[in-house]
Design a protein around this ligand. Sequence first.
Ligand SMILES: CC(C)(COP(=O)(O)OP(=O)(O)OC[C@H]1O[C@@H](n2cnc3c(N)ncnc32)[C@H](O)[C@@H]1O)[C@@H](O)C(=O)NCCC(=O)NCCS
Ligand SMILES: Nc1ncnc2c1ncn2[C@@H]1O[C@H](COP(=O)(O)OP(=O)(O)OP(=O)(O)O)[C@@H](O)[C@H]1O
Length: 394
Amino acid sequence: MLRVGLTGGIGAGKSTVANRLSEHGAVLIDSDKIAREVVEPGTPGLAELVEAFGEDILAADGALDRAALAAKAFAGEESRKRLNSIVHPRVGARTAELMAAAAPDAIIVHDIPLLVEGGLAPMYHLVVMVDAPEEVRVRRLVEARGMAENDARARIKAQATTDQRRAVADVWFDNSGAPDIVLAEVDALWADRLTPFEANVRLRKPRAPMSPKIAPYDETWPVQAERALARIRVVAGDNAVRVDHIGSTSVPGLPAKDILDLQLTVSTLDKADELADALSDAGFPRAEGEWFDDAHGEEGTWPKRFHFGGDPRRPINLHVRSRETPAWRLALLFPEWLRRNPDERDAYAAVKNAMAAKHAGDGTVERYTDEKQGWVDAAFTRADAWADSTGWTP
Ligand SMILES: CC(C)(COP(=O)(O)OP(=O)(O)OC[C@H]1O[C@@H](n2cnc3c(N)ncnc32)[C@H](O)[C@@H]1O)[C@@H](O)C(=O)NCCC(=O)NCCS
Ligand SMILES: Nc1ncnc2c1ncn2[C@@H]1O[C@H](COP(=O)(O)OP(=O)(O)OP(=O)(O)O)[C@@H](O)[C@H]1O
């Protein structure tokens, strides 16, 4: 089962995107619709609203007069919070029921206006944002929907900012043009990303081998890593001693293979085994077989657990390690040393570029990795000396 959170400011075009995904076969859960159901005539939800906002929010037939409630509720922060505290828990409970009832191979699209405001992004495998400039949205709401302009603007003011939305969006749809433009992007998202993502998670499929192509440093790498780490924190809960973005993509200015390396620290590998299914279900399928780090000059090898990111458009390696292993410490030390020593970072960049050019035709990363290991092993010794002299500890 794949959970996709679909959100965006009022009037941006969520419903337009949601309807297309549903035509492709997504199971749609619509928060606005549920919010209506939980305050239908005769419900405890409606009774509580009347108690809070007065009889004049009811129409002559006893149903909720939505415009009347909107006028009262969006007039100020306190009244809006009051409204939310009555409606949101009921919407949450019903949403959980619908999610639990979906088939194991379902792609659930949850159309949820207040995803960002509720801090809910890490609960989804993927967050899809629909956006359009504020003036365009207001015009659509007023002209196409007949909404009062001050109502539209009051709701926009009560919603997340564009920057807050950018931080959590894995996919960003600009719906300022003709609907056909965004709908073509939605079709591609379904075919190229959602369908294979769902299969990767359900079937615990490993990523196909990649060639050692080096990409220039991308300043969104840490932001993308943070989104994945937030999801891992939710799943691991108290079993996570810490979670970190490690590897070359965590070193600003360093070119790297476009794969995010993440490390989940657990107290013992038994905890890693307990978490394996939950991490797999949350979008990080566990890799089969036994995985080891070599001991970097010390005796023996150190076991770890290894998971892949299931999103075909965002390659991720998730290393699950316990704190006793030297590899755990080195995974934190090495990028920190590179971040603090730009000359070493640049030397490493040169080695990577040379080795990637040499092995560009290999189709796998093995020989590329082997050949740069000589430089890396020597660098570990320098990083250790740096840690000793500066007093760095993880
Ligand atoms: C106040 C109500 C009755 C007004 O009804 P109306 O038919 O005019 O609007 P509708 O429910 O279709 O919502 C349209 C859009 O308004 C925005 N909106 C609605 N409620 C809120 C809110 N509490 N805070 C911010 N924006 C909101 C969303 O973008 C939503 O998509 C209704 O919006 C409501 O019950 N809101 C509280 C529930 C809620 O938060 N719903 C949104 C997500 S669950
Ligand atoms: N690209 C577009 N060009 C013109 N009009 C559009 C476009 N996309 C959506 N609309 C219209 O704008 C209005 C808002 O779109 P839609 O209902 O999809 O937004 P929404 O984000 O779901 O809104 P809400 O937050 O109210 O649920 C609708 O009347 C819709 O028909």
